[in-house]
Structures are given as C-alpha cells and as structure tokens.
Design a protein around this ligand. Structure first.
Ligand SMILES: NC(=O)C1=CN([C@@H]2O[C@H](COP(=O)(O)OP(=O)(O)OC[C@H]3O[C@@H](n4cnc5c(N)ncnc54)[C@H](O)[C@@H]3O)[C@@H](O)[C@H]2O)C=CC1
Ligand SMILES: O=C(O)CCC(=O)C(=O)O
Length: 443
C-alpha cells in the first residue's frame, strides 16, 4: 500500500517543522502525537478562509507546565515522577481536559491531547478551551497510599494554574473518581475553601454528576447509531470489535450489546478475546474486575495475538485504548464499515487515508468521544449552581448535543467533500479562531 498523504500536506508539515514555529523543547525528527495533530491542522487550514491568518495560534500551546512530583514510598525511599499540565488554548473559555497516569506519558503526547481537547470542546460547543495533564508513572506499581500521595503532590505542583474558572481537570487513562476526589481535596486545602468546581468526574457524593462515568461510552454509542444510519448498518446483529475495555470501551461495548449488537472481539493490555457468537459482556466485566484484564476470559472461543485483532471482520470497530494504534502498517488489514474513535488520536493521518480509500467511515475522536467532556460541563454547571439534575435529564441533553454535533459535521463533510475528521476540525477551528480574532491581541 502506497502512502496517500498529499504532497502539499507533507510539504506544509515539513515547512512548519523547519520554521520558527517548532517549540525548542521538541525533537523535529520525533514529534510523536503532536506531529500527528500538526498534520491534522495542515489539512484543515485551506478551509479556514481569512481565519487562516490566526492558525499559528493552534500550533502552539498557550502554556506548558512540567513538574517534578516527589513522593515517599511505603518503604521510606523517595521516588520522583515527571508530570505535566498543558493548556493549549483558552480563547473560548477556561482550560478543560483529563489527567492521565501512564508509564508512556510524554510531553508531546500531553500537548497533542490538550490540543484535541480544544478542538473537541469547540466541536460540541461547550464553553471551554483545551488542556490536558499527565504523569509518567505506571500506577499499577504503586500502593493506594503512594497513589494518593502522588496525586496530592501533583495537584499542589499545578495548583497555581488550575481552578474552577482557569482550568478544570477530569479523569483519563488510569485515573478515576477517587483520584478526582483527592485532587479536589488537595486544591481546596490550598485555597482554604471547598472548591468542588476545580475538577469534574468526581464521586456523586462530592458534587459529581450522575451519568459522567458512562458519558464517554454513551456518546460513542449515540454517534455510532447516527453513523450506522448513514452507512445503512443495522445495530441489531451488527458485529462490533473493541480495543480497550476501560471506562470508554467497556461502556460502549455494554451499550452496543444492549442494543442487540454482537461484541465479537475485545482487546486490552492483557490479551485479545474473541467469540463469533458474541462475548458475554456482563461476564467479561466481572472477569476484568476480578483479574484486571480480559486475558484468560473463560467465555472466549479463542485468544488471538495482538496484531490479529485488526484483521477481525466487523461492522463497527471501536479503538478505545491509546493513540497511534492504527497506522499505515495495520490499516490495510482493517475490515470494517464504521470506525468510532473512543480513544484520543488512535489513527495516524497516513492510516486515515488508507481507511478512506477502503470506504471505512471514520467518526473522529474529537466528535465520537466528546460525550465525557459534555457531561463534565454539566457537572461544572451543576456545581456552580448547587442544583443537581436527574440522570434522565443529563442523558437526554447529552444525546441531543451529540446528535446535533454529528449532524452539523456530516453536513460540512458533504458540502466540502472532506472526511468527518476534517469537517469536525473545520467547524471547531472556525469557532476557536473567531473567538481569538474578536478578542483581539492587545492587553
Ligand atoms: N475517560 C474519559 O472520559 C475519556 C477518555 N478518552 C480516551 O479514551 C481512551 C481510553 O480511556 P479510558 O477508557 O478512560 O481509560 P481506562 O484507563 O479506563 O482504560 C484503558 C483501557 O485501554 C487498555 N489498554 C491500555 N494499553 C493498551 C494496549 N497497549 N493495547 C490494548 N489495550 C490497551 C486497558 O487495558 C484498558 O482496558 C483514551 O485514549 C482516553 O484519552 C476520551 C474521552 C474521555
Ligand atoms: O471530562 C473532561 O473534562 C475531559 C475528558 C477528556 O480528557 C477527554 O475528552 O479526552
């Protein structure tokens, strides 16, 4: 399979990388996910009209904070971890985006994740900029006490740039309601007052919102239903394959299964399990709760190796693990009709072109997984007013926002004959740069 990235896009990225725009702390030869994001920006720029004079704004994070996070281990030794909080853009509102604890976290990754938050928040029109945080740590190697000390120290180190009207963290990979509760408590101790609005994704008992835990997977399901209708795929009986069985993939699998789809394959960091007749999703959740992963699930007909997962025939494929999973190497083997990006950044631009050529409809991360931040927005609003909504109200509002966003993106894609990813970027970047322009530059 030949590379299908148009020459002008490649040249633009090369020129960009050679220009003064490359931040000095990045290696031009190894840009990682940030390079992937820059290529996506190159693709949208020709569609931005006069606003393209502001596009450089999107190629530079507004603020990057790197912190050393020291903790005392249970054995009395001291360990140091590197953490980040990147605020990519604040033109439309305060920074918003999750915090990831993972052994492979890099600055390039957090920069890209923060930029995708800017695009995502504008795509569903919630009044936020984009931000993201992370610590390079394998949390599975920490005791509960060590994890709490790490979270509290990290919160203290970034406390000067976060806050309910400045930047509001939330859960992402390997972080959850408990981590958010510790972050809120640490920040409140520093501020000297209870500050529930500083993070979202909190436990319900601490000002969390009903429906937030399921919101990202629910949003993936809602846009999946819309995409299936456009592509003529019946959800009932559809074959669905899911990579990642955590907050996003686990909920999305449950919802598709509940609507009559067969979950024929699931892959996570412990293995790949397959059942042609459909995996028992409820039992798989129990197995993961007991063992920490899908590997060894007794209800599987077969266990495949990692790469074989991408060759499984499906109607709907949901990557819901990490970025850069679908590349020019495995994209030609993918046999699906619709790909719903539950994960952030799972598909490289080269793979995007291969999937398009093979008639796979890709619903991009910045649209498909926006349900989480949408309900985070509801949580933040509820905390400010101390008035809490029912789960039905939350789910109905979430569904409406996701459907409207999908429909607006679909129309732009049709009008301009571009992919759903570029269409989402057109809508979102226009909103961000209009805000930038109308605010003006002078202090
Ligand atoms: N939690 C949220 O609300 C949101 C999460 N996302 C994105 O969704 C993705 C998943 O996030 P969560 O479900 O929250 O994380 P999680 O920590 O709950 O689950 C992550 C899943 O990915 C699997 N995984 C990790 N490494 C893997 C590998 N190398 N191969 C296969 N599977 C692997 C894990 O086993 C686990 O099942 C990430 O890209 C995240 O940024 C996007 C929007 C919101
Ligand atoms: O809920 C949030 O604020 C952000 C969730 C997130 O990190 C994401 O959408 O990637």
């Amino acid at each position: 399979m030949t590379k299908t990235v148009p020459a002008d896009v490649q040249n633009n990225v090369a020129n960009h990388l050679n220009s003064h725009a490359l931040p000095s702390y990045l290696d031009a030869n190894n840009l990682g996910p940030w390079g992937q994001y820059l290529q996506q920006i190159e693709r949208v720029t020709p569609h931005l009209g006069n606003l393209s004079r502001w596009v450089e704004t999107l190629k530079r994070p507004k603020r990057i904070l790197t912190v050393d996070v020291p903790i005392e281990r249970d054995d009395g030794s001291i360990a140091h971890f590197e953490g980040y909080r990147v605020q990519h853009n604040m033109s439309r509102g305060p920074g918003k985006g999750g915090v990831r604890f993972h052994q492979d976290v890099t600055l390039s990754e957090v920069m890209a994740l923060s930029a995708w938050m800017t695009v995502k928040n504008a795509a569903v029109n919630v009044p936020y900029g984009g931000a993201k945080g992370g610590i390079r740590v394998d949390p599975k190697t920490l005791s509960r006490g060590e994890l709490q000390r790490l979270t509290r120290r990290y919160t203290s180190e970034i406390s000067m740039i976060i806050g309910p009207t400045k930047d509001i963290p939330a859960p992402d990979v390997n972080t959850n309601e408990q981590v958010m509760a510790w972050m809120m408590d640490s920040y409140s101790m520093i501020e000297g007052n209870l500050s529930t609005g500083v993070v979202t994704g909190k436990p319900i008992s601490l000002g969390g919102s009903l429906g937030r835990r399921e919101a990202t997977g629910r949003g993936v399901f809602v846009v999946g239903r819309e995409a299936a209708a456009k592509r003529g795929v019946e959800i009932k009986g559809a074959r669905v394959a899911v990579q990642g069985f955590g907050n996003v993939g686990g909920v999305a699998a449950t919802m598709f299964n509940g609507a009559g789809a067969k979950i024929v394959a699931v892959q996570d960091h412990t293995g790949t399990v397959v059942n042609e007749g459909g995996l028992d999703v409820a039992r798989l959740h129990e197995h993961v709760a007991e063992t920490g992963g899908v590997g060894g699930f007794a209800g599987a007909e077969a266990c495949l190796d990692r790469e074989a997962f991408w060759g499984i025939e499906s109607d709907i494929l949901i990557p819901a693990a990490l970025e850069q999973q679908i590349t020019e190497e495995n994209a030609p083997r993918i046999r699906t009709k619709i790909m719903l990006e539950g994960a952030n950044g799972p598909t490289t631009p080269e793979a995007d072109d291969i999937l398009a050529a093979n008639n796979v409809l890709v619903v991009p991360d910045v649209l498909a997984n926006a349900g989480g931040v949408t309900v985070s927005y509801f949580e933040w609003v509820q905390d400010f007013s101390s008035f809490f909504w029912t789960e039905d109200e939350i789910n109905a509002r979430l569904t409406r926002i996701m459907q409207e966003a999908f429909s607006a993106v679909w129309d732009v894609a049709q009008q301009k004959n571009v992919s759903l990813r570029t269409a989402t970027f057109i809508l979102a970047c226009t909103r961000v740069l209009q805000a930038r322009e109308v605010r003006g530059l002078y202090p």
